[in-house]
Ligand binder design. Structure first.
Ligand SMILES: Cc1cc2nc3c(=O)[nH]c(=O)nc-3n(C[C@H](O)[C@H](O)[C@H](O)COP(=O)(O)OP(=O)(O)OC[C@H]3O[C@@H](n4cnc5c(N)ncnc54)[C@H](O)[C@@H]3O)c2cc1C
Length: 509
């Protein structure tokens, strides 16, 4: 297998002529930090309202977690990334912007479970079918028993383990959730907050689960409330050049509306004066390591979608030490996607497949979602791997790669000698970690941002949560609507007596 490749430089943003809706030179200016789908959609709303907007993106491409990179003739996503149509307003708008660049695809997602594959999300009946009979009897007894305990002695779960046990009972927790959660997060569920179960795990009432399991025997839920899984059958949406097509199209739309997108522009400071954010500084590519080369943008409002724990300490003047300490207490779990080019037309019988006890937790084959692969008789396989900062998987050490390939062979996905090439895509901030006790730290950061009437922090990183793309875009839209309303109200109130600390510059990208 020829060497492990790094991503090549920038995928250029095609210049699109402004269609005559560009904001006037003196239009209020909103800076958006982060060019993932949340930030780009926020910019789309701000630009749509006729305000001036600049998106500052740290990486050399837009899209954040949903970015696509063209590497040696193929578009490579960070694992599987399909758009859901759950939020009609967002979906209709994105579809109008993208036209034929967005294509429907019937969901076929599987879980490797027991001796075979089951539909994802795993129906409770399927979950039970993979459990040996004696374990199954204990699991059901544990589930029902736990419901009685919850009723007689309700208590707040102190950690994710207690929350999972309260939902599913101890035997099912031990059989299904404990080891998987530990492998996925690299830590025991006891070290994770109960909030993790509420916000990240699919939440099923255990009573509903039992009712659903008993439904085939003639027991019916009078309220019909035991149905949760519209997700099992769903039309998903995918770009003609992979997941990165959507952020790319959004970015082009923002530019077409007169907005600016600056890539390779990590934000270094958010300046505040007299109770308001007045400017944002970023370090352009090649500007060195000190702040002498930073570019300063005057702004009337800022929407942050980059990690809140990275941006809050960059407020200038700095936040109180307690807030800085809160930022230092939050962390992310990185992940890498290993993109294998394989000398075989097809390797999976699904868009993506989950695995519980392999090095990878999910494999995706974008060709099955309609992505053209070069050469056409090959396929691309994306293996999603949770990792620790700078560990062997992150670096692509030969041992780590060999372990992943061994698991692919053990699953019968492909043989090592069919792998033509491997590229690794890195995501340092893939998953906010809900460590035990993280809530007050996050609240301290959110309270700090809320002090500034013209600053918002939203999205997966800005809100430190797990929204999907449509939900992140909805958060971006809401923040943008608030920013537009606040800026327009400030304009209507007339000029404020606000000192600006130095000569601000407006840039054009
Ligand atoms: C493996 C995986 C698969 C997923 N699959 C799906 C799926 O199929 N469907 C779905 O709907 N969702 C999926 N998601 C979730 C989806 O990726 C996110 O909801 C969405 O991309 C979040 O967008 P965002 O803009 O909020 O955050 P991000 O995409 O993380 O964007 C934040 C941006 O901020 C930038 N940034 C960071 N620091 C700075 C700085 N100092 N200055 C400037 N910019 C900065 C980052 O580079 C990044 O571009 C998946 C997530 C993962 C990890």
């Amino acid at each position: 297998m020829p060497g492990v490749g790094a991503a090549p430089p920038s995928v250029a943003l095609p210049g699109v002529a402004p269609p005559g809706v560009a904001p006037s030179d003196d239009a209020p200016h909103v800076v958006v930090i982060g060019g993932g789908v949340c930030g780009l959609y926020a910019a789309r709303v701000v630009a749509g309202a006729g305000l001036s907007v600049t998106v500052l993106e740290r990486d050399d491409v837009v899209g954040g977690l949903a970015a696509g990179r063209r590497i040696e003739g193929n578009w490579i996503d960070l694992g599987t990334h399909h758009l859901h149509a759950f939020d009609e307003g967002i979906f209709d708008d994105v579809r109008a912007i993208m036209g034929t660049r967005l294509r429907p695809i019937e969901k076929r997602a599987l879980v490797r479970y027991g001796r075979g594959f089951r539909r994802y999300p795993l129906a409770f009946g399927d979950l039970l079918r993979g459990i040996p009979p004696w374990t199954l009897a204990r699991a059901l007894a544990g589930l029902v028993g736990q419901q009685l305990v919850n009723r007689v002695r309700p208590r707040e779960a102190a950690d994710a383990e207690q929350a999972l046990i309260a939902l599913y009972g101890r035997p099912l927790y031990r059989f299904f959730f404990r080891d998987f959660t530990a492998r996925y997060w690299g830590m025991s569920p006891r070290a994770l907050s109960a909030t993790f179960v509420r916000r990240k795990m699919p939440r099923l009432s255990a009573i509903d689960i039992v009712k659903r399991a008993l439904a085939p025997l003639g027991f019916r839920d009078a309220r019909g409330a035991a149905v949760d899984s519209a997700l099992a059958e769903e039309t998903l949406w995918y770009g003609v050049r992979g997941s990165g097509e959507m952020p790319q199209a959004l970015a082009e739309h923002v530019v077409a509306c007169g907005g600016r997108i600056v890539t390779s522009a990590p934000v270094t400071a958010v300046e505040t004066v007299a109770g308001r954010v007045v400017a944002v500084r970023y370090r352009p590519a090649g500007a060195g390591t000190d702040d002498a080369g930073d570019v300063r943008l005057l702004c009337d409002a800022v929407i942050n979608t980059a990690p809140i724990n990275h941006i809050v300490p960059r407020f200038d003047p700095p936040p109180p030490p307690a807030v800085t300490a809160a930022a230092a207490a939050l962390r992310h779990r990185p992940m890498v996607a290993y993109a294998f080019l394989i000398r075989r037309p097809r390797v999976l019988d699904a868009l993506y497949v989950y695995y519980r006890d392999r090095r990878f937790h999910r494999l995706a084959e974008p060709k099955n979602s309609g992505l053209a692969i070069d050469p056409p008789d090959h396929t691309l396989l994306l293996a999603e791997l949770m990792c620790a900062p700078d560990d062997g998987l992150w670096r692509g050490d030969p041992d780590a790669v060999a372990e992943v390939v061994r698991d692919l062979e053990a699953e019968g996905v492909c043989r090592a000698d069919e792998i033509v090439r491997l590229h690794i895509v890195h995501a340092p901030e893939a998953y906010p970690v809900f460590d035990l006790g993280f809530e007050p730290h996050l609240a301290a950061l959110q309270d700090f941002v809320a002090r500034w009437p013209n600053a918002w922090s939203v999205g997966r990183q800005g809100g430190f949560g797990y929204p999907n793309m449509h939900a992140a875009m909805r958060e971006g839209a809401s923040a943008a609507e608030n920013a537009v309303a606040s800026v327009q109200a400030a304009c209507a109130a007339g000029p404020q007596d606000e000192a600006s600390p130095a000569d601000p510059v407006r840039i054009s990208a």
